[in-house]
Design a protein around this ligand. Sequence first.
Ligand code: SF4
Ligand code: SF4
Length: 263
Amino acid sequence: MHNSLEKTGIPTTAEVDAAFPPAERLAKGPVAVIECFQRIPCNPCATSCPRGAILPFADINDIPEINYEACNGCTLCLTKCPGLAIMVVDMTWKDKSGLDRAVIKLPYEFRPLPVVGDDVVALDRAGNFVAMARVVSVLLNHSMNKVPIVSIAVDKQLVPIVRSIRVDVRQRAVVCRCNDLDEAEISAYITGGTTSIEELKRITRLGMGPCQGRNCVPIALGMLSRALGLPIDELEPATYRPSVKSIALGDLAKYDDRGDGLP
Ligand code: SF4
Ligand code: SF4
């Protein structure tokens, strides 16, 4: 069993079953599922949990152990795990469409990000197609060392099988070519609470590429204006810095700022 994981990188069904919370705990609300099977020097999950639900490590190589009753499914550990080994499952999620679906909250590092309402491909632990899943939220994390969380609704029976998603590349509406930012990503930051062009610049580097914001800043201002319901001229403008033009040292040497004929 252990060899299988080492050879393929894919946990067996028994290993996945052992990593899942018991049915009674799943029935109470959102909870973390930690699929970290090998001893490696890593512990941000344990140090980041605000509820002490992931038991303190005696040794940094320890495999995480979780107290499911203490976990409330807050997803903080999920965003801190460099191995993307954690997801949060909510079997109590209420599906407004009336279908018997649960929500799985997954760390998602790829681009483009999906947007709420997209249908994405749900994959198993070997990367095989399982079903289509509906994206119900996309949570961007502003901190550099946290990954975005994509929440998907899937049939409850598929919860133990689904472990990742594939977003089929659609026609992207590019906002910033210098930094490869598309409309979906900028929209997600705006719906996540970003309200100024300066914030967008600092988070995404929008406007900081070679075009110096000539193309992307007006587009992003339009998006902010529509989202906030404010005219563009009432939005806080971006900070502009003087443009820089290269100049040859020889030309500088010829510059005569005193008018005495000497450089
Ligand atoms: S989901 Fe939140 S409460 Fe649960 S183990 Fe992770 S950090 Fe702790
Ligand atoms: S942070 Fe992730 S990879 Fe590291 S020990 Fe915890 S679960 Fe495993």
